[in-house]
Design a protein around this ligand. Sequence first.
Ligand SMILES: C[S@@+](CC[C@H](N)C(=O)[O-])C[C@H]1O[C@@H](n2cnc3c(N)ncnc32)[C@H](O)[C@@H]1O
Length: 293
Amino acid sequence: MERGVTEPDSSSHHIIAHLLGAKTIESVEPGKLTEFLSREQTEQMWKLCTRRLSRMPVQYVIEEWDFRDLTLKMRPPVFIPRPATEELVELVLTDLDRKPSPGPDADAQHAFLEVGCGSGAISLSLLKSRPQLKAVALDQSLDAVNLTRENALRLGLQDRLQVYHADVLKDPEIVLDICGPVSTLVSNPPYLFSGDLSSLEPEIYRFEDHAALDGGEDGLTVIQRILALAPQILSNHGRVYLEVDHRHPSLIRRWVELNVEELQHVETHHDVTGRQPFCIFQKGNAHLEMDRR
Ligand SMILES: C[S@@+](CC[C@H](N)C(=O)[O-])C[C@H]1O[C@@H](n2cnc3c(N)ncnc32)[C@H](O)[C@@H]1O
């Protein structure tokens, strides 16, 4: 508390559980919590607590974090997946399940692209949930690319995921080259307004890659690039799923109407808290098929 650490109880529970070989304090073997720690364990605990006291996020301190049913390796400065993004994955899975059985374009139907994969949370979670899927994931950060590859290998999903070091702003042609037509383009892009960055908690501001957070003056820089590229990446009736800022949906809809005539707005969905919007667009007529009602 004194050092301003956010959620001190939950952080210390995570650290102790990690030290005792469990995921949560509740799942620590009965009895272990009342035993004395060995000297090595005590030293390790102080080391981890000292890192947390420096305001390092607990996910980096214990070097792993759960996302849906996966445990992912975490390493600064790669973005730590947030709970709302689990709902973005659910949204994509629900739509994939509603699609008619694939005909001649089966390859595209079973393929998706993720822009800005970070630790690999979204791509790996989709691949784990649907064994028929294949994916291309890319990120401008080499740390992110390496961590996604490492997580894919640990989860045995590497054969269905190609990971590229590419920047959608600097190398749009490379992005188009590495990715054939896909039915799904998903992204949790950097979407914060640049002016809001300095008011972030030190955990985020000091430890996470600013390029994973900063979406430019209006938070839309990467979002607009993804939407502009989408018609060339998507197969017919393919969809783009974007996690965005709560101020974005109407701005994005308007921008697409004016700038990307091949895309139609399908819906803006909100997470359970009602605070986190996800925007969905479709290539071609959005109301011909797959309406979520
Ligand atoms: C908000 S993080 C999301 C990471 C991960 N998908 C998740 O949900 O946990 C945004 C990611 O986009 C990447 N990124 C930012 N700008 C990019 C660009 N121009 N091209 C490709 N990736 C970019 C960042 O490096 C970061 O990993």
